[in-house]
Design a protein. Structure first.
Length: 290
């Protein structure tokens, strides 16, 4: 089979078939990772295609945020499940992902976008629940808060003890005395607060000095009060790290939660751990950063 006869993984057409007609598609893939992809349909619509497992609450999250805040989020056009896949169609937000312009921004512009984003996040801080759960009172899914694997449901959870019980499932290989020390370091998770959970620079849309949209709400739900701050430590590039460090400068300070989570993350990889974090964990009463 020649290269011209190999079908495209995204659309299934071959180069040979494309060359035999004059059609140029206006449906284009612009982001893909794992088994999920995002498509642009013309200039006004976005289609997200992903597995139905784990269950996806993004459409409900978007509708909830639009009703309860002034945060600029995509308008949901439709969503449905089909043959094990979940599809979500939204209106496209005008602007450019912050990730595409970040390297060329002035320090003042970078700070401005961080401040605007945090102002929007303040609205989420008022949306609380008595349980750690998704918007539809179902379990949450987070492979970073709960290190026992991807796609595993957790909750709803009703107390800090319940939260720790679920988190500790990932620590079965770590010594019990270190687990006990870590439990004592865990800040209270209450109030359980509605959280975006994935504030990568790719998910912040900007235009002419303004944040015009915050997108990708599939990781959202009611989480520990410190999780929005802590989750900014999860980065996918140096530019993203720079953005999130700037963001944390303007967020409510949850460095204690961040240090707790870093130790938790490391203990979940036992015995491959960071000795400096272990030293911090074993110093009772101290809260300095490492």
């Amino acid at each position: 089979m020649s290269s011209a006869q190999v079908p495209c993984a995204a659309c299934s057409w071959t180069t040979e078939r494309q060359d035999s007609c004059g059609y140029q598609s206006n449906v284009k893939i612009f982001y893909a990772v794992g088994d999920r992809a995002t498509w642009e349909v013309g200039s006004q619509r976005i289609v997200k295609d992903r597995s139905s497992h784990p269950p996806n609450s993004e459409a409900e999250n978007l509708r909830f945020v639009r009703v309860n805040t002034t945060i600029p989020v995509p308008v949901v056009v439709d969503d449905w499940n089909d043959r094990g896949r979940h599809f979500l169609i939204t209106e496209r937000i005008p602007g450019t992902p912050l990730s595409e312009v970040w390297p060329n921004l002035s320090e003042s512009d970078k700070d401005g976008y961080a401040k605007q984003t945090v102002e929007y996040l303040h609205q989420l801080r008022t949306l609380c629940s008595t349980r750690i759960q998704s918007i539809n009172e179902q379990p949450v899914y987070s492979a970073f808060l709960f290190r026992d694997g991807y796609g595993i449901p957790h909750g709803p959870l009703t107390s800090d003890e319940h939260l720790w019980y679920e988190m500790a499932k990932a620590l079965k290989n770590a010594p019990q005395d270190l687990q006990d020390l870590l439990r004592r370091r865990m800040p209270s998770a209450q109030p359980y607060t509605f959280t975006h959970g994935d504030l990568t620079s790719k998910n912040i849309i900007v235009q002419n000095g303004s944040v015009t949209g915050i997108v990708d709400w599939e990781s959202s739900g009611y989480f520990p009060a410190w999780w929005e701050f802590v989750s900014t430590a999860i980065v996918d590039s140096e530019d993203d790290r720079s953005w999130k460090e700037r963001l944390r400068e303007h967020m409510e300070d949850w460095n204690e939660g961040l240090q707790f989570w870093r130790c938790y993350y490391n203990l979940s990889r036992w015995p491959s751990v960071d000795e400096k974090l272990l030293q911090w964990l074993q110093r009772p009463g101290e809260r300095e950063q490492v």
